[in-house]
Design a protein around this ligand. Structure first.
Ligand code: RP5
Length: 171
């Protein structure tokens, strides 16, 4: 059984179309995940309970998406020692700038690793979680390496261009 190592949380069902993409990325690495909706302002007791049990339940990274005032990632980070990745989501008249600033501007001591707004950020949260897990999981590290090689294989250079003439693609 691939037990969940990443918890994907979001403040509302309306965040699901973006946040499910994080799960799709984790699937590519063979990383187990779970997903839940819990709002920091509508259900703070649930958030406290989930965060305080997360590490003991085997989770290693939390990914939290939220829009508007977007408290969820910061509140989770205050309640667990696990790394928290925050995904700012658009949906208000401020188009995600509100949630981006809210999530990224955590004061020192309680960090939230903040990714791009919306679907792009939700995907990158999955890739970042994989990089964190790869530090202690050789299978994820191998999947990550294969993916990086596949990405560098997509480069298209002009005919006759010698890439060894300056710089190289990191191993
Ligand atoms: C935030 O408010 C949620 O993360 C969501 O992005 C936004 C709007 O929530 P709903 O009104 O769609 O439930 O808490």
């Amino acid at each position: 059984m691939n037990s969940p190592r990443v918890g994907i949380l979001m403040g509302s069902e309306s965040d699901l179309p973006a946040m499910r993409l994080c799960g799709e990325v984790l699937d590519e690495y063979g990383i187990g995940w779970e997903i839940a909706v819990m709002s920091a302002h509508r259900a703070p007791e649930v958030v406290r309970s989930y965060a305080s049990q997360a590490e003991a339940r085997g989770l290693r990274v939390l990914v939290a998406g939220a829009g508007a005032a977007a408290h969820l990632p910061g509140v989770l980070a205050s309640l667990t020692p696990l790394p928290v990745i925050g995904v700012p989501l658009a949906g208000t008249p401020l188009s995600g700038i509100d949630s981006l600033l809210s999530i990224v501007q955590m004061p020192p001591g309680v960090p939230v690793a903040t990714v791009a707004v919306g679907e792009m950020g939700a995907r990158n949260a999955g890739h970042l979680a994989a990089r964190i897990l790869a530090l202690s999981d050789p299978a994820v590290a191998a999947a990550l390496k294969a993916r990086r090689q596949e990405m560098s294989g997509r480069v298209r250079l002009p005919e006759g261009f010698d890439v060894s003439g300056g710089g190289s693609v990191p191993a």
